[in-house]
Ligand binder design. Structure first.
Ligand SMILES: Cc1cc2nc3c(=O)[nH]c(=O)nc-3n(C[C@H](O)[C@H](O)[C@H](O)COP(=O)(O)OP(=O)(O)OC[C@H]3O[C@@H](n4cnc5c(N)ncnc54)[C@H](O)[C@@H]3O)c2cc1C
Length: 440
């Protein structure tokens, strides 16, 4: 059987690797962006100078041939689902028995006047980093439009080159559409401390160009003009499926799939950033644009393709990121406000760079999620506690079980417990005394 995979990102490559582990199927991975799989999440470090492109490749180049995973660098223009044939931009025809579409995302364009000027771009691909390298030569002032995770990465990238950065966000505070206000304020302060000019409650009206078609300023909806020679558009990404829009494949924002990652066409599957779940779990996004979910989907799909039909089960939600120097981890469904059925507890260190939140049920006190800022907490511990619905008092009392850097967090733990007991007197947390063993 010949399995063809379009896209060599985390979703496509995980599928290929796991099909190889379980079968002798012929595997061909086609991708237009790069010869080999690389870590998209590390792109920023190439620009900053901490890594070279070759360091972002998780596997040596010989790995693919050794494991009989054929790679082909080409762009797929069309798919004929009646004859199971792909056509490349070079007019090659490639047949398949089973097809996996893992084409990822592209930067979302809003249709702003001037968004196609020279010096205006987003950050998604390897080519985007190369373009950014060219676009930011001799740039003194850059404007970033839109908060979120890519926005702050671009701010850090530009800042690392000594470029003055103005960061326009629609919300009151950084990423307040996702983060609760206290955490959004913590990160906003941190951004300002780095000398990045974060301007809240501001929307872009237009991008203004010079006579050579290069950006020279942006105008905000409040009529303010900000001079700049580079504009980063970071208002999100969208599934990369334009080349499939006229086909028989059912699409909406992304390619519509069921829980087995099957599309409406037999033997055709989609996963990763380009897929959209027809029936997402309650409160879960239908399009999952995350590295770790792409990996989990790839593992599930490989089993299905190898004859063991397997549902994709995401389990307890988690994610992690870094806001300049502040590490962030989230476990469970944590939004900018708790659900009506939940209570919340937030603690922040007086220096304002470390914080944690726990949400829990108002009725039975069971833990539903955590946010951690500036402190590391083990995923296995958070996952188990949320899955088992452990009582909030026990969780707060036993936080030390999850802290990575336990010694460093020892003092914080006591403060967190005191703060919790004051804020939620009906749920008292008590740190268990360490048993002392006498050695004779
Ligand atoms: C700067 C940045 C930082 C990020 N940081 C994080 C993070 O910290 N944590 C996290 O969880 N997620 C992060 N993400 C998101 C994460 O990287 C993506 O969710 C993930 O890489 C998507 O994987 P994928 O395999 O679905 O698609 P992709 O990695 O996008 O791979 C798809 C590939 O298919 C190719 N392709 C598309 N169409 C065609 C075609 N017609 N023919 C041939 N090839 C085609 C594309 O060129 C691309 O190479 C980040 C993303 C970016 C851009």
């Amino acid at each position: 059987m010949k399995v063809v995979i379009i896209g060599n990102g985390i979703a496509g490559i995980t599928t290929a690797r796991h099909i190889r582990k379980q079968s002798d199927h012929e595997i061909l991975v086609i991708s237009a962006e790069s010869e080999h799989f690389f870590s998209r999440t590390a792109l920023m470090y190439i620009y900053i100078g901490h890594m070279k492109y070759q360091h972002t490749k998780p596997y040596e180049d010989w790995f693919w041939e050794k494991n009989r995973i054929n790679l082909h660098k080409a762009y797929i223009n069309t798919i004929d689902f009646d004859t199971n044939t792909l056509k490349t931009a070079n007019r090659e025809e490639i047949s398949y028995d089973k097809l996996v579409i893992a084409t990822g995302s592209v930067t979302k364009k809003i249709g702003w006047p001037g968004e196609n000027l020279k010096g205006v771009q987003g950050l998604y691909s390897k080519q985007d980093v190369e373009l950014m390298e060219t676009n930011t030569q001799n740039v003194k002032h850059a404007v970033i439009v839109g908060g979120g995770l890519i926005g702050i990465e671009m701010a850090e990238m530009l800042h690392s080159r000594g470029i003055e950065v103005t960061f326009l966000i629609r919300e009151n505070n950084y990423w307040n559409s996702v983060l609760p206000i206290e955490e959004a304020m913590l990160v906003s302060r941190h951004i300002a401390e780095h000398g990045i000019n974060l301007i809240p409650n501001t929307e872009l009206e237009e991008i203004i160009g010079d006579n050579d078609g290069r950006v020279k300023a942006v105008k905000t909806k409040t009529g303010k003009t900000i001079d700049c020679e580079f504009v980063a558009l970071t208002t999100g990404v969208t599934p990369n499926i334009d080349f499939l829009k006229e086909s028989a494949l059912e699409t909406d924002r992304g390619i519509l799939v069921n829980d087995f990652l099957e599309t409406n066409i037999p033997n055709v599957y989609a996963l990763g950033d380009c897929a959209q779940f027809k029936n997402p779990k309650e409160n879960h996004p239908p399009v999952e644009q995350l590295w770790y979910t792409g990996k989990m989907q790839g593992k599930a799909l490989a089993k299905t393709i190898c004859g063991q039909k397997t549902k994709y089960e995401r389990g307890i939600w988690f994610n992690s990121a870094k806001f300049l120097d502040i590490e962030y981890q989230t476990y469970g469904l944590m939004f900018n406000k708790p659900f009506a059925t939940e209570d919340t507890f937030y603690w922040e260190h007086p220096k304002g760079k470390i914080g944690m939140r726990a949400n829990f049920s108002k009725t039975d006190g069971s833990l539903s999620g955590f946010n951690f800022f500036g402190m590391r907490f083990k995923q296995t511990v958070a996952d188990t506690w949320i899955r088992n619905g452990n009582h909030i008092s026990n969780c707060i009392a036993q936080l030390n079980e999850g802290f990575f850097d336990a010694e460093f967090n020892k003092n914080h733990h006591k403060k967190i417990v005191e703060s919790f007991n004051t804020a939620h007197p009906k749920h008292q947390a008590t740190i268990a005394k360490k048993k002392k063993f006498l050695i004779f």
